[in-house]
Design a protein around this ligand. Structure first.
Ligand SMILES: [Zn+2]
Length: 220
């Protein structure tokens, strides 16, 4: 199992916490949230916004957090600065490696991480059985550790869902007999037990019953 720094340390430390608790949905959610939080603080992925109009007239109006509708000082439109792109990719990796570590340590399942070379899926279990991981937090973290809620996480984001389905279709066209699974940390109710010709199953692996269903389906 190859997990690069800093993710290996982050995932390991959080997994030790998971092992000390009862293995249930609550501790699984905490495990993934811990990996997200520590990745955010390691990379300083903090949202901030600024008012460009204030900057122009020499007042530096900028703050941590999500931007307000308008600048509270001058009412001009304000801009989110900085971190959205790096958050998406780093939180995605935190989820991937937390998943990979959990599979290996708790279930003894070694997944091959495909990484950047293949954009269509993230892991291979065996020939023709692959997994796409779509995880992201439903909050953003501030430097003091506080959480600000975001509207959508994981497969609740329509662009994430579209991308995952397109990848599944793409892959299935090439290998019609294969199985393509999607794992996430947020699954809207209409996608639970969802199956198509392309998608073999979608599982919220922060929920104990869906995680167990996933492992059963994968190893069947
Ligand atoms: Zn302003």
């Amino acid at each position: 199992m190859e997990i690069p720094d800093p993710y290996l340390n982050i995932v390991k430390a959080n997994y030790e916490g998971l092992e000390k608790r009862e293995f249930d949905s609550d501790s699984l959610s905490r495990y993934f949230r811990g990996c997200f939080d520590e990745t955010a603080s390691y990379y300083h992925i903090y949202d901030a916004w600024a008012c460009v109009e204030c900057l122009r007239v020499g007042t530096r109006t900028m703050e941590l957090g999500l931007k307000p509708q308008r600048c509270p000082r001058c009412s001009a439109p304000v801009f989110q600065i900085g971190t959205f792109q790096s958050r998406a990719s780093r939180m995605g990796k935190a989820f991937e490696f937390a998943f990979m570590y959990l599979m290996s340590s708790h279930f003894g399942i070694e997944l091959r991480h495909i990484g950047e070379k293949n954009k269509v899926f993230d892991f291979e279990y065996k020939d023709g059985v692959v997994i796409e991981a779509k995880g992201s937090p439903d909050y953003t973290v501030l430097p003091d550790g506080a959480h600000l809620r975001l509207k959508r996480a994981g497969m609740r984001r329509s662009d994430t869902k579209k991308k995952a389905f397109a990848n599944a279709e793409d892959w299935k066209r090439r290998l019609t007999k294969g199985r393509f699974y999607i794992v996430t940390n947020a699954n809207p109710s209409d996608l639970v037990e969802y199956q198509t010709d392309y998608v073999s199953g979608i599982y919220d692996i922060t929920k104990k019953n869906q995680l167990d269903d996933f492992v059963r389906a994968l190893t069947a």
